[in-house]
Structures are given as C-alpha cells and as structure tokens.
Design a binder for this molecule. Structure first.
Ligand code: NIG
Ligand code: FE
Length: 412
C-alpha cells in the first residue's frame, strides 16, 4: 500500500538522520521542507523531499495537500487518562477559592478519584478511557503514556493497568504504561505510609513484572505526599522489577526528588513548576528528560515551569498534557503547545520540538515516532490550510487538524 502526499505547503520536523532529542539552543531549530512530498508505504515513512523530486511510480492513493502542512503526530508522554467519572464539584470549589491542597485535605483530589474508580467495573473503566483515547487521537496525538495511580490498592491498581493493556490492544498508537501506585496514601493506610509503600513493592510490583503490565514506575514526590527517601525506595524496587522511572516532582515544592530521579536514571522528571538552580544543575548532562505540563499550571493557576531558564542552561524540554480529572482535564496537545508559547514564552519551533521528538524520547519511542524520518511509523497529522506552523499556537482556540493518519491510515 503506497500513499503519496503531494504539494505539501510545508513538511515539518524533518530529520534525515535520526535523533534522540533536541536540547538547549538546538530546540530553536525545526527543520522543514516547503512544497514537499511524503511517501508512506505499508504504514511507514518511506521517503520525502521537494515536489520537483516526487517519485514517478504508481501509487495506491494520492492526497493533494495544497495549502496544508504535515507534522508528526503529537507525542503525549504524561497522562492519567484512565480514570472514573469526573471531579466537576471540586472544580467549582476551586473557582470559589479552595486550593488544590485544601481540596485534597477534605478527602477530595486523588482519593476522590480512587473511591470512584474502586466502584467502577473494569469494562466501564475501559469504555470511559477508550472515549478519551479516541478524542486525543482526533486532536492529533499519535503516541501516549498512561499512568495508574487512582487505584491505590492491589486490586484497583491492577484493574487500571489491565485497562491500559486492553487499550494497547485496541488502538493503533503506541501506548506506554506507568505504575503510579505511590500517587497518594489511601484511606486505609492513613498514618502508615511505610506499610503502603511496602505493600506496593512486595505485593503489586511482582505481579506487574510477571504480567508485563507496565514499562515505567512513577511516584508523586511532594510535600504532604511522598519524600525523596520514599522516592528512592520505590525507584530502587522498580529497578529490580525492570521498571524505568518517570516521576512527578517539584510541582509545588523542591524536596530533592529531581536528584533522586537523576540518580536512578529516570527517563523523565515531570511537572517542575518550582525549580531551584541546584535542580537545574542536577539535570545537566544527564539522559533524563524534563517534562513541562502547562495545562496543569493553567488549570490550577500555579507557576509555569521555567523552561526559558532551563533551555538557557542547555536542557531539553518535553511538553505533555497531564490529562487527568483533577489538575488538567484536557488531553489536547494543541492547547498545550499554544499555552507553552503564550505563557511560557517558548517559540513555535521549541514547542513543536518539545511536543514531538522530545515527547517521544520521554516515552522511549524516539526510534518509532516524533519526527518525519524514513522508517518511522507514519503517525502524522495533516492540517487545514494555514499560513505557517505558528498558526497552531497563534489560533489557540481553533481546530486546525484536517486529518490524523495512524500507520498511514486515516483515523475515522
Ligand atoms: O500530575 N500531581 C499529581 N498527580 C496529578 C494530579 C492528580 C489529581 O489531582 O487527580 C498531576 O497533576
Ligand atoms: Fe501527572
């Protein structure tokens, strides 16, 4: 099956030579080809170049992309999109002045979602989550990571991870699973944090490893939740069970979690709204990707990750949605890219790099997706006619995606 896109106004994020990620000043470079063609064969990117060099061979299908652009589909490396119900009541409480911490102290927050999830069957949870996957694909996402962490018990954590496994089987996009049992201390372990963590390590992790239910391990390293020491305990145990760290750190306070993440070779450290100079130093020269979640900062009205300062220090940045019912109830990567430009002062080039190749790296998928590179999966998005790729963040409220292709097939 040969599919040719011709007359593409601009083919964006073209990497002849495969790269793992871009960092620092290099994030300003976004290679493109104007007036381009893209050839997809059997679901993969076969070739691309200028229209004057378009291959003269028989195609099964030709799409005329005059006036339109093609980008690699978004790579969303941090979501909690498997959840039950919603938290609209808390949303209204927040409008009336309660903070995220105050809501959590009243039994809202993560524990509220855990209670709802415990009362939801696996099939129902699967249906609710499938709807969200379908929504994000239609919004241009072509690879996603999903966390557990609203289970907070052996049974419910496994229920979440099994739902993620079923989503992997049903949908044609790469999905990575992360075990986030250490998201909060459940009601039945209040005052016994150590007991809860031990249960996660001794009872849940062996099953996850045996049934291959997750690739990554996560923990909410934050004042009032889990300490840097707890983080080291979980990451150490995760390592022994073959789980690579991707962790929640520095959302509200800096308590040493970044350093622990680096020590355990975390694939990513995520949130980073509060960054000290020492935190930035700790990430320099490492293989750990810093991930910013501007949808969360927007929704909670908390500081944005200081990405300009971090990129000036030579660090890479990835962008993700944090899609979850409490702090970022949106899986729209277009909005994330726009918010990164408008509020965090990333340029469109930096934001698109952060939402594609760097996001792919933060899920271990940089060889498969995240750029227009020969041999990669043809998970791409075709825009409506637009002036330039800067339209994507500029026209922040418009849907500029005409079609999403997964493995070279139209998403219907
Ligand atoms: O990434 N910060 C911790 N976890 C989620 C929010 C969870 C929730 O409020 O349900 C986050 O923001
Ligand atoms: Fe999160």
């Amino acid at each position: 099956m040969k599919l040719l896109f011709k007359n593409i106004k601009e083919l964006v994020q073209v990497r002849d030579q495969p790269i793992d990620f871009v960092a620092g000043e290099k994030m300003q470079e976004l290679p493109t080809i104007k007036n381009a063609f893209l050839l997809v064969e059997n679901g993969s990117i076969k070739d691309f170049g200028r229209m004057q060099d378009v291959p003269d061979e028989k195609m099964d299908r030709v799409v005329d992309a005059t006036g339109k652009m093609i980008l690699p589909a978004w790579c969303d490396s941090h979501t909690h999109l498997v959840y039950a119900g919603h938290r609209e009541g808390e949303f209204v409480d927040k409008i009336k002045g309660l903070s995220y911490e105050e809501i959590a102290k009243r039994g809202g927050g993560i524990l509220n979602s855990a209670q709802k999830l415990a009362q939801t069957t696996e099939d129902d949870l699967f249906q609710q989550s499938a709807q969200r996957i379908e929504e994000i694909i239609s919004l241009g996402t072509g690879a996603v990571e999903i966390k557990s962490g609203y289970g907070l018990s052996l049974e419910s954590e496994l229920k979440m991870l099994r739902v993620i496994q079923r989503l992997k089987q049903k949908y044609d996009i790469p999905i990575k699973a992360t075990f986030l049992g250490a998201h909060a201390i459940p009601a039945d372990y209040q005052g016994n944090k150590k007991g809860y963590l031990t249960m996660l390590v001794e009872e849940v992790m062996p099953i996850i490893a045996q049934e291959k239910l997750a690739e990554y391990v996560d923990i909410f390293c934050e004042s009032g939740y889990f300490s840097a020491e707890d983080t080291a305990y979980i990451l150490d145990a995760g390592q022994k069970h073959g789980l690579i760290p991707k962790i929640h750190v520095n959302q509200f306070t800096s308590i040493g979690g970044v350093q622990v993440g680096v020590r355990y070779k975390a694939l990513s450290v995520d949130h980073l709204e509060v960054m000290t100079d020492a935190d930035i130093q700790a990430l320099k020269g490492t293989t750990t990707m810093p991930v910013a979640l501007p949808g969360c900062s927007y929704f909670l009205s908390i500081p944005y990750t200081p990405v300009r300062k971090m990129m000036a220090a030579g660090l890479p940045i990835a962008l993700a949605t944090d899609f979850n019912p409490g702090s970022s109830p949106s899986g729209n990567m277009n909005f994330v890219v726009a918010t990164a430009c408008i509020k965090m002062k990333m340029t469109p080039e930096e934001a698109i790099n952060a939402a594609t190749i760097n996001g792919a790296y933060a899920m271990g998928l940089e060889k498969e997706v995240g750029s227009i590179t020969r041999g990669k999966r043809a998970n791409i998005l075709l825009t409506k006619p637009i002036h330039s790729y800067a339209s994507i963040p500029y026209l922040f409220g418009s849907n500029l995606i005409e079609q999403v292709y997964l493995n070279g097939l139209e998403n219907v």
